[in-house]
Ligand binder design. Structure first.
Ligand code: NDP
Length: 300
């Protein structure tokens, strides 16, 4: 078997955001409405600061109205809740994203549930979780990383995932479970595995489509993988990289890329696979939210 096709998440994300930017321009021309995204950051976590900055930049690149609210790490819960209420009522804001994790003294669930479901571009509000579970994706806002992972899988499969045995490793609310719902919608036969799964290697071996969302560096090696499988690696793990110099690190996925690529049909790299898709799907959700709030039909 020849080596796997490397699925280029960066290029796919760029084509998605180009399309969104063109659609946003049309929306402004036709209705005068600019999609508006508000990102709320509480505290000074360096990784969160980078994520928030990148989201804001991409929103501007797509021609959106983009605002960022920074609150100190010791902000009172009531201040965060008031800000969310203010954004809920702001007609120029169609999407609200509260960057997670929030500091420990804040009730994350309370904040996320206050966001109006139609502005919940992260897709974590129970209403959106329920709509996704009920298969009503045309009404839901779907979490960004799962949506990006499934889009990459679909493109790698030539547009149709129906009938594939899909195995997801990981059952978190933010990745594993929503990916499972989306793949059911795509007519896959879905298995969700986790840390208590027996004979995980055997389960993975049955996958025509493998989605790894574990958070364990290079756990899944080539000998676990069915020949010709499509592999979408959601994992992002930092490991030591002494070959780059003392104290240096590098990012790897949950799948051992070098051994897996000799068996698989297609595989996402880390970095440059699912990662870039998350922001692209956030832009897609913001545009969708803006259109729905104007009672405009969905675009295909
Ligand atoms: P969680 O830690 O919330 O969930 C991990 C899941 O993996 C759990 O369901 C856990 O099982 C399962 N698991 C852990 N160890 C094993 C094992 N040895 N065998 C089988 N299953 C195991 O992680 P997330 O879902 O939040 O994230 C997963 C990965 O995806 C991380 O590397 C994260 O960094 C990355 N990620 C990437 C994003 C992006 O690309 N933008 C966004 C979000 C996440 P159990 O439930 O039994 O404990």
């Amino acid at each position: 078997m020849s080596e796997a096709t490397i699925i280029d998440g960066k290029a796919t994300a760029a084509s998605v955001t180009d399309e969104i930017s063109a659609r946003a321009t049309r929306l402004v021309e036709e209705t005068g409405v600019k999609p508006g995204l508000a990102v709320v950051l509480v505290g000074e976590d360096p990784a969160s600061q980078v994520y928030v900055r990148n989201k804001g930049r991409m929103a501007e690149k797509c021609g959106f109205h983009s605002v960022q609210h920074n609150l100190p790490a010791d902000a009172a819960e009531i201040d965060i809740l008031s800000l969310v209420t203010q954004l809920n009522n702001d007609p120029e804001i169609h999407g609200i994203l509260v960057q997670l994790p929030l500091p420990a003294h804040i009730d994350e669930g309370k904040v996320l549930q206050l966001i109006k479901p139609e502005k919940d571009v992260d897709g974590f509000h129970p209403v959106n979780v329920g709509l996704l579970g009920a298969g009503q994706t045309e009404k839901a806002l779907v979490p960004c990383t799962p949506a990006g992972a499934v889009l990459l899988a679909k493109r790698a499969a030539g547009g149709d995932l129906a009938g594939l045995n899909a195995v997801i490793v990981g059952r978190s609310n933010i990745v594993g479970k929503p990916v499972a719902q989306l793949l059911l919608q795509e007519n896959c036969t879905v298995t969700i595995s986790h840390s208590r799964t027996r004979d995980l290697q055997e389960v993975v071996k049955g996958a025509d489509l493998l989605i790894a969302a574990v958070g364990r560096p290079q756990m899944i090696t080539g000998d676990w993988i069915k020949e010709g499988a499509i592999i979408i690696d959601v994992g992002i793990n930092r490991i030591p990289a002494p070959e780059k110099g003392e104290g240096k690190t590098r990012l790897v996925g949950d799948v051992d890329f070098d051994t897996a690529k000799t068996v698989a049909k297609a595989i996402t790299p880390v970095p440059g696979g699912v990662g870039p898709m998350t922001i692209a799907m956030l832009m897609a959700n913001t545009l969708t939210a803006a259109r729905r709030q104007q009672n405009l039909a969905e675009e295909p």
